[in-house]
Design a protein around this ligand. Sequence first.
Ligand code: PLZ
Length: 453
Amino acid sequence: MSESEETAVEPALPRQRRLVTAVPGPRSLALHERKDAAVSSGVGTMLPVYAVRAGGGVLLDVDGNALIDLGSGIAVTTVGNAHPRVAAAVAQQASAFTHTCFMVTPYEGYVALCEALARLTPGDHDKRSALFNSGAEAVENAVKIARSHTRRQAVAVFDHAYHGRTNLTMAMTAKSMPYKQGFGPFAAEVYRAPMSYPFRDGLDGPAAAARAIDVLNQQVGAANLAAVVIEPIQGEGGFVVPAPGFLPALAEWCTANGVVFVADEVQTGFARTGAMFACEHEGVVPDLVATAKGIAGGLPLAAVTGRAEIMNAPHASGLGGTYGGNPVACAAALAVIETIEADGLVARAQAVGAQMLDRLRARQARDPRLGDVRGRGAMIAVELVDPTTRAPDAALTKQVAAAAHAQGVILLSCGTWSNVLRFLPPLDISDALLADAFDVLDAVLDQVPVPTA
Ligand code: PLZ
């Protein structure tokens, strides 16, 4: 971006962390009072600073504070917030037409995006896609498609899984609070198998797969299973990276038993893990892939992509929705894909990840509360534990995240036991900003004494 372009929009976006008030500041607090009076209290906010601009790994709030963004709006703005290519594509499409409904009168952007998805997703088989609005909607449709193809009903998911907040995906999501508590009854025919969680189960990939497959065989029966749905690296569940061999063994078992293997790449997709899709790290070719989040740089868009014979199983007009594959969102997605490829963002995700791993491993070597440092690419996490018992330390996690927020670092947590700090920076963040954020993390951890056994 040129100097003049950058100064054209006010207020200017700083390139560093800058605190001019407490976080949140008075204007944010005033807006938050309005929020409490107008927005359902069921909709939470992690850090009530109200945004006015964001990009380059910085979020500027209404009080003039510049915060470092290590969350990308939960793994969405991978190419960067308000990326110039995305912003231009959106503006251009919005001024041409904003909506026709693809099911009424179609347009090229939808088709072009499905062509790109066929090219980019794992495997070189014949593929088709269908577009939706949210990750949950993509997962639901993957299940519909798998059921239609197999004429079976059961769906297998895993411990710690997160697949969304709609009725079917709530059933598929593992954690009760806050996602499911009081919201049942949940959809039927959803079965849960044990996940590979190397830090906690100590099993290698093949052993963990054998354990999961045994549960599926004995408690569901392969012949009843339409689909196995799995996040290749679990997101909300704690950035759990299964042991090597777990995913391939599971995929192989699915193929042998006519079960549709669905990869939920909603959080892991589109360069986030240092590959276009996380399944690539183990050479796994899913039958169907669900994508969302990083696909469109912040616009609501999701997709199911997969084997043509499976994707074409539902009857004509069996799939759809008013907004699915909205033209503005498709334009954004095409700009995102162009950006990932033109700017080498897969390699950038690897470099960002290496920098984060270096910092966390250096800390782990002298701080036993950092029980496990894990992840791939720019999807890295640390699981905080009691140094002697390895019991999850949710209180420390909460304390560290809050202290980082107060110092101007947007840091998210996750995990079944809420004891995982996760790092998901946008890939247009500078090395210097990232270093500053990890300096803050170090300082914050230094302030909390390590318990002695
Ligand atoms: N599958 C793997 O990570 C969304 C949810 C945040 P939607 N994760 C963030 C929250 O508390 O609601 C997600 C995911 C995986 C599916 C989804 C669902 O995607 O776009 O939020 O529906």
